[in-house]
Design a protein around this ligand. Structure first.
Ligand code: ADP
Ligand code: MG
Length: 623
């Protein structure tokens, strides 16, 4: 020990109540939105049917939550402010929790960092109020009130200036408050919610309003989600309902073509409690991995429910994380429940794709400004317009249609001798959802006529999905059926790359890709998946190599298989530059209708756009 620092014996002290509460507040109340969350949860726990929230200056100067719940009696008011005092559990079983709150921390914490007043009227009694400022509790006084509870919190963090510094702009804090209120509103569609911003006095601007929904649980939830997430979500979401060993999953999942550029619209609940749980988020990602590229994020609102004893909610002071007794079960339920629902959606693509297309077609300055298309590509179409493929696959007119994909095995040389049918001839085809093929444009896009409008199909993208789903189905049954090449194709690679491929020789065999070493730095390809037809080997092998590099560390076997199959599938697709005859086009349309997930290609881009006759007429001002 250095001479100039004489050892001082430290003294252990008991902290006072205010300090203890401020420390607890550090965990429970991070920002105005967390205070709002605690107060709204208290209102819901009190059985409220209406909850009103007012904030000013992002909640920094004022948060007021009004409810019509059971209220607190005069003699209990001081207890509500006492630490570890709660009416929600008796402490005997922390795994039997049916309320949002149970820790008895929120009100004392808020009272230690802000100016808090609780006005409340218990049923059959008069109204009373109690105030606390920076930890100093005042007397209980009579207060005029007809019903329920009003909690007012002013000047949050005035007593802990350090926290005040971490506050973000009013706008950002208000946004977070709104998000919290909406999350809770989705959990309780049977309760009315109102959020007002009363900055600059006056009655305040209504930021969010959702009236109580009626009907069965699904109808209630559907109605509430339409109010919170917009009508678009309602139109582009599929119901999810699954169950597994005592765990239930319900909710709505957005179509892949209704995805977003960030994971901002994923609402997950465990026993009705909003959570941000990594395990569950991971399950959602995995479920969509197959239908969305990595930079797109699905919109979902999902509820996992189970016996409270199967999940520990006492993991985190703000209770935003939970711990399942069987984590694998919860993740698996989300994964399979979502996948099942998505497959059921079949070839449905988001209706917003059509709306966005029409918006793009609208002449400038006509009508209201076109809203941003919901679906936007975040990255270039890398699968077939890239030069690598063009040059590597010069044989664009090669027959690419083995019978597994539904095309006739022998194709007549296309087009010239192939008159387009009259609309009356293909009337029966028109009654199919994707209609009767009428033309192919730019050697890729198929134009089809339906009874109610027109459909524009990206043939390449659709075919890619069909090949992929075909490969997956074969894979699930046993191994992918392969087809021997007449002459093995030699692909030159680097020594490293050749080595990496050979390491996976057995996996690749199960994908129908049979390779062997050919000298130190080349690979001979002997067999390929039959479903692919003729394809250029080098770009395919390079793609597989990329995928191995990307997912090589992934221990999720299924994910890896799918990622590699998806890469392989891209190479079996109808390449742009290849013209299809009418029968081929119609066969492709019928196949899309029958293929799971075919509303989007393997990267989550839509495979077709539907334009309704009424929309087209509007476009030309015919209505
Ligand atoms: P917890 O919610 O964990 O019990 P709180 O500190 O949030 O702890 O609240 C303490 C107690 O005050 C609650 O258990 C409840 O009895 C009462 N209380 C709080 N808010 C309300 C309200 N809005 N209506 C009725 N009672 C309330
Ligand atoms: Mg509480």
């Amino acid at each position: 020990m250095p001479e100039d620092h004489p050892h001082i014996q430290p003294i252990i002290r008991q902290l006072d109540e205010t300090a203890i509460n401020q420390i607890a507040a550090g965990e429970v109340v991070e920002r105005p939105a967390s205070a709002v969350k605690e107060l709204v949860e208290n209102a819901l726990d009190a059985g409220a049917s209406r909850v009103e929230v007012s904030i000013a200056d992002g909640g920094k100067t004022l948060i007021r939550v009004t409810d019509d719940g059971c209220g607190i009696s005069a003699e209990q008011l001081p207890l509500a402010l006492a630490r570890h005092a709660t009416s929600k559990i008796d402490g005997s079983d922390l795994l039997d929790i049916h309320s949002f709150g149970f820790r008895g921390e929120a009100l004392p914490s808020l009272g230690s960092v802000g100016r808090l007043t609780i006005q409340s009227r218990a049923i059959g009694q008069d109204g009373h109020e109690i105030s606390v400022e920076g930890g100093h509790i005042g007397p209980v006084k009579p207060a005029p009130l007809t019903k329920g509870t009003v909690v007012t919190l002013r000047d949050l963090f005035f007593a802990t200036p350090a926290r005040l510094k971490f506050m973000r702009t009013d706008r950002a804090e208000a946004q977070a408050v709104s998000d919290v209120v909406k999350r809770l509103a989705m959990a309780r569609p049977d309760v009315s919610f109102l959020l007002r911003d009363t900055s600059k006095d006056g009655p305040g601007r209504v930021v969010f309003r959702a009236d109580a929904e009626r009907g069965d649980l699904f109808a209630q939830l559907g109605g509430r989600l339409a109010q919170v997430l917009g009508k678009d979500f309602e139109e582009n979401a599929i119901p999810v309902r699954a169950e597994r060993e005592g765990l239930q999953l319900t909710g709505f999942a957005g179509l892949p073509t209704f995805s977003k550029g960030a994971a901002v619209a994923q609402y997950l609940y465990v026993n009705n409690r909003p959570v941000r749980d990594k395990l569950l988020v991971g399950g959602v990602r995995a479920a969509y991995r197959d239908v969305l590229s990595r930079d797109r994020h699905p919109v979902v609102c999902l509820f996992v429910s189970c016996d409270p004893s199967l999940v520990d909610v006492n993991v985190h002071p703000a209770k935003s994380e939970v711990r399942f007794r069987e984590p694998g079960l919860a993740r698996g339920l989300i994964l399979s429940g979502l996948r099942h629902a998505l497959a059921e959606a079949g070839f449905r693509a988001s209706s917003t794709v059509g709306a966005a297309t029409l918006g793009a077609m609208q002449p400038e300055g006509s009508g209201p400004p076109v809203s941003q298309p919901i679906y936007q590509m975040d990255r270039p179409r890398d699968s077939y317009s890239g030069n690598a493929y063009r040059t590597a696959a010069p044989d664009v007119s090669a027959p690419i249609a083995p019978n597994q994909t539904g095309f006739a095995e022998t194709q007549t040389p296309f087009a010239k001798a192939d008159p387009l049918p009259d609309a009356k001839d293909d009337a029966p085809q028109q009654s199919f959802p994707l209609g009767a093929a009428r033309a192919q444009l730019h050697e890729n896009y198929i134009v089809a006529q339906t009874e109610q409008g027109i459909i524009l199909v990206d043939a390449h993208a659709a075919h890619e999905r069909i090949v992929y789903e075909g490969l997956k189905a074969q894979m699930a049954e046993s191994n992918v059926t392969s087809q021997a090449l007449l002459i093995p194709e030699i692909v030159d690679l680097s020594e490293d790359e050749a080595h990496r491929l050979l390491e996976h020789i057995d996996d690749l065999r199960s994908f129908g890709l049979i390779i062997e070493a050919f000298g130190p730095s080349a690979i001979a390809v002997r067999e390929v998946p039959a479903i692919l037809g003729t394809t250029a080997m080098e770009p395919m092998l390079r793609d597989v190599l990329d995928e191995l590099a990307d997912t090589g560390s992934s221990d999720l076997v299924q994910a890896r298989i799918e990622a590699i199959l998806s890469r392989i599938a891209c190479h079996g697709s109808v390449r742009t530059g290849r013209r299809l005859n009418v029968d081929e086009m119609n066969a492709l349309l019928r196949q899309i209708e029958e293929t799971p997930n075919s509303g989007q290609c393997n990267h989550g881009r839509p495979t077709y756009v539907e334009l309704k006759m009424s929309d087209i007429e509007r476009l030309f001002g015919r209505t």
